[in-house]
Write a new protein. Structure first.
Length: 305
């Protein structure tokens, strides 16, 4: 049973492919946070409830039920239970469309928030919509572009509190595949990107997106012939891929206010290239905004639904 000093009203959950994050909530304030590496990618549908209980069992009441509001890949096909997508244009969240997840423990009342979908061109998101809702809760009049970098980077156009369009780039996944599984693994491995090499390659790809594909093998050749270090090669690869992404997304950020939502290190790479290209860009912390979005969802749900 949870001690009185961390009495919990509800539980917030951000469940991605690789990570599970939970917060014990008292009203709109988090009183404790816990995380594990038991993301969707490591679980079968039957494994979600035990993975959650491993983190939060001592937050649950001795009797009665506690509401758990979850977002992310927990609601994907093959997750705990599938939550339908909501078609844009629309506000980023509609908590009343959250789906109940089946739970064996009678104390759990689990609601999974739906993702967003776009038909033309076809695209989907799960989890990012909750970060977007958290951003709009703090910036309700924002009209511009959000960039949410990660394994799959989302570029999102917002107007009048609604998501009106978005685009997904596989930039993070491409970096991991090329650095870890292609011939470039012999050059890069697990090296961290060198900042100078990143900036130069990013500017090159921004000016000429075709340079990214044309320059990839030169990273291996330069390591063999010119002593290119793994860190320099990682910087060039990251710069080429992110620069090409920014070039392809130019219509979304050029002339618009752009807010980058993500982890500090990755968000900084995007911000540096955008600012160098003359964009109006700034950063916001992704973890704080996903919690703000989950709080907004909790406030919108009636007590007895």
């Amino acid at each position: 049973m949870t001690p009185d000093w961390i009495a919990v009203d509800w539980i917030a959950v951000d469940w991605g492919t690789t990570r599970l994050r939970t917060w014990a909530m008292r009203g709109t304030q988090a009183v404790e946070a816990r995380a594990s590496d038991r993301g969707k990618g490591a679980l079968s549908p039957a494994g979600f409830e035990p993975a959650l209980l491993d983190l939060v069992s001592d937050w649950l009441p001795a009797s009665g039920r506690i509401r758990v509001i979850a977002c992310g890949m927990v609601g994907a096909r093959g997750g705990w239970t599938e939550a339908a997508y909501r078609a844009i244009p629309c506000p980023p969240l509609d908590p009343l469309q959250a789906i109940h997840a089946p739970a064996i423990d009678p104390r759990l009342d689990v609601r999974i928030l739906p993702g967003l979908s776009q038909n033309d061109p076809p695209d989907v998101m799960r989890g990012e919509e909750t970060q977007i809702a958290g951003f709009l809760a703090e910036n309700p009049d924002f009209d511009g572009t959000l960039c949410l970098p990660g394994t799959h980077c989302k570029w999102v156009r917002l107007a009048r509190g609604r998501v009106v369009g978005f685009r997904t780039f596989l930039t993070g996944e491409l970096f991991s595949l090329l650095a870890g599984q292609s011939v470039l693994r012999l050059t890069i491995g697990t090296a961290k990107p060198d900042a100078t090499a990143f900036a130069r390659a990013g500017a090159l790809a921004l000016a000429d997106p075709h340079a990214a594909n044309a320059q990839l093998f030169t990273l291996r050749a330069a390591a063999l012939l010119q002593g290119l270090t793994p860190e320099q090669a990682a910087g060039r690869l990251s710069g080429l891929l992110i620069g090409a992404e920014l070039a392809a997304a130019r219509d979304l950020w050029q002339g618009n206010s752009t807010v980058i939502i993500g982890t500090a290190g990755l968000a900084q790479l995007y911000e540096d290239l955008l600012l160098a290209a003359g964009a109006k860009a700034c950063q916001k912390d992704g973890a704080a905004l996903v919690l703000a979005g989950l709080v907004a969802a909790s406030l919108a749900l009636p007590e007895n639904t």
